[in-house]
Design a binder for this molecule. Structure first.
Ligand code: TYM
Length: 329
């Protein structure tokens, strides 16, 4: 049985890195597996400060985007993490088999807590990978489709599953990360040495999935390029390599084919075509998104149904876990 689980935080804009690194492969995978579950991970979002009204809107917005991208609620389960109490409960239990040292080594915690200091980072931010492990392990997940930056967290989920199994007997399925090589790490437009990110200092770092055509074109025009003027990928040309990867991902053509098209042409020609390609890739998604977000009742119904279906699986796992540990009456 192949079962996939993945999620995105509703903590602001969803950018092309999230889309190409995660959602695009979810849509492809949902029809190839026995069970596909996609979660809006709002409990993860509150590990850094959120405005309550904005968070409410962002939760619905991320769910609408899943649907607009082609996640089919008849095939897949879509739900909001905080509507299932099993996630926080299993996270607490997993905390008791997690080592402080393990969490201290998580690179995302190091990066995020450096923006402030470790002293003022929330305990939730530190513990975030354990909640992610709970998300994954509740659903007997075999594979977790994510971008490269989540690999270390999925590996922790594997370690915790194995540790729990050896301590209490076979309980959890041990999951694998599923990372597509081509889109594992979409880089920032303003700095191709850093991953495209919503928390980057400038909005010029990312293309948001909901950006309009003019914004997309302006951001691509201002994207940094490398020295020289050839449109060719290479390890010494991180900026153009990233733009070629994006071009390839949104057109489903190979980088080599695109390079051949732009032989003898300049960065300006290339950037214009890239903008057109990104706009025509995103505009049907944006159109569907507008329809879905304007039918809040319909959207909430899909999420309530997803939560009920998720609960049927999650509650079974949790009963089993508690039984193994000796909790309850
Ligand atoms: P989040 O919300 O930061 O990102 C969502 C997904 O987008 C991928 N991603 C990228 N992929 C390629 N290039 C980029 N520049 C880029 N930036 C982000 C991420 O790898 C991720 O797949 N902890 C997770 C959410 C989570 C989760 C889970 C995921 C919570 N529980 C259980 C899988 C399973 C996170 O913060 O992702």
């Amino acid at each position: 049985m192949k079962k996939i689980f993945s999620g995105i935080q509703p903590s602001g804009v969803i950018h092309l890195g999230n889309y190409l690194g995660a959602i695009k492969q979810w849509v492809e995978l949902q029809s190839q597996v026995d069970e596909a579950i996609f979660c809006v991970v709002d409990l993860h979002a509150i590990t850094v400060p959120q405005d309550p009204e904005a968070l409410k809107r962002n939760i619905l917005s991320v769910a609408a985007l899943y649907l607009a991208a082609g996640i089919n609620p008849e095939k897949s389960i879509i739900f909001v993490q905080s509507t299932r109490p099993e996630h926080a409960e299993l996270a607490w239990i997993l905390n008791t088999v997690t080592k402080m040292g393990e969490l201290s080594r998580m690179t995302q915690f190091k990066d995020k807590s450096q923006k402030e200091t470790v002293e003022s980072a929330s305990v939730g931010l530190f513990d975030y990978p354990v909640l992610m492990a709970a998300d994954i392990l509740l659903y007997n997940t075999t594979a977790v489709p994510v971008g490269d930056d989540q690999k270390q967290h999925v590996e922790l989920a594997r370690d915790l599953a194995m540790r729990f199994n050896s301590k209490y007997g076979d309980t959890f399925v041990v999951p694998e990360p599923l990372i597509r090589k081509e889109s594992a790490r979409i880089m920032g437009l303003d700095d191709p040495t850093k991953k495209m990110s919503k928390s980057a200092g400038s909005s010029l770092s990312y293309l948001a999935v909901l950006d309009d055509a003019e914004t997309i074109s302006n951001k691509i025009k201002r994207a940094v390029t490398d020295s020289g003027n050839e449109i060719k990928a290479g390890s010494d040309k991180p900026a153009i390599t990233n733009l070629l990867n994006i071009f390839s991902e949104v057109t489903d053509r190979s980088v080599v084919e695109i390079e051949a098209d732009f032989e003898g042409k300049n960065y300006g020609d290339f950037k214009n075509s890239l903008s057109e390609a990104v706009v025509s890739y995103l505009s049907p998604i944006q159109k569907k998104y507008d329809e879905i977000i304007n039918d809040e009742t319909g959207l909430k119904k899909i999420l309530a149904d997803g939560s009920r279906r998720a609960g049927e699986i999650a509650s079974g796992t949790l009963v089993n876990v508690k039984e193994k540990i000796g909790l309850g009456l």
